[in-house]
Design a protein around this ligand. Sequence first.
Ligand code: ZN
Length: 445
Amino acid sequence: MIKVFLAIIVCKWLRSVGKVFGRGSSLPGKIALKICPEVLSKVKLCENVVAITGSNGKTSTTELICDTLQKCEIDVVCNREGSNQIEGVTTLILCNCDLRGRFKKQAIVMETDERFARKIFEFFAPKYYIITNIFRDQLTRNRHPEWIFDVVKKSISKTTRLILNADDPLVSALGQGCENATYYSVDSNIFLGERIREIYDDGSFCPICKWPLRYEGRNFGTLGKFTCENCGNKSQHSSFTVTCVDAENKAVKISGDHGDEHVIKVQNLNPHSVYNVLAAFVACFHIGVEGDKLAGALSSHVSTSGRLTEFDFCGHRATLLISKHENPVSYDRSIEYALNQGQEVAVAIVVNKISRKYFTSETSWLWDINFEKLKAFKIKKIFLIGRYCYDLATRFDCAGVEGNKVFVEQDLERAREILEREAAGELFIITCFADKQDVMKIFGK
Ligand SMILES: [Zn+2]
């Protein structure tokens, strides 16, 4: 017990010192785990332990759930800074415990890295475990979706209620044989505007028997209503379904399988945002927030993630769209967004630093993005910017994009000068959190 006490006190102290110096939240947890490696199994957590994992949407869904619970007067904490490995989660938990290891809040919402969730859940099982999707992401870390499927599967405990995306064949398969699972789904063909398909197809084959899958329709990536005619694997029955998207009022309708319906206002009607809102609704519903109150709280959510920032650039309306480097599905959604705006569009793609957390110069993921779509007539100019601009240029050349509308520049300052001179119509800058700060420093001024 003395080790637990020591781990907690050192963690709290390091965190408060770290805050003064603007340091991240991983180090205190790391030291606490050195003092007491099993500290997470020794603390007494609250009843409502919610975990979120998946390739895309973890941070946004965590933020949505946490803010909604707060609005519903539930005392809750989450790892908003995105420290989602065991050290960050340890910091979050210990800093909210008293010195005897009793967690002081009513609920905890934790984003967990899909690779490291199993390490965290060796020590405790979350009550609710949301799995958003499993896509191609960070090849050098996460290899292939099938590998992540196996890793995530090992993180699931029998006592946990799974909250699963029924539209993702891999996620849906995680619930097979599990009675303790709730599924959610978004009807196909309810989104307006041009939608682009990935240029590869990870949803081609059944994850169980490898027979070709048949889809009734897809929202994006591998997400849609699917059936395997060989082994009978299909989208599980969804208890909560988005059945309508109202573009005029920026709202979605969630229909429960007991006939109940709720309308939620959303900031962004992108398909991936709609999935996040739905997952958050299901989680809060299970925690016990009553439907209408929940719909009201979710509707008033204002995202602080800065994934879509609008500003003026030399008289042009400019939008910074944050995607994830090494994550083609995320890039495809940004391209889709740009294609669905304005009459005359310029697109700038910035790949300067691939990751904030580690070094890699691996750029094969550029070949999985549907850049061919930028051949569209309305795309007047394309700017390829940053350290990896020549990798981008090779990709665009193979995509068959007309060379006279493409500008290539490695240096961000010089790229700004080119953009000042050449930008046409509405400008969309597509990059990643890893490069956001540098991009805003140069283009946002
Ligand atoms: Zn099958």
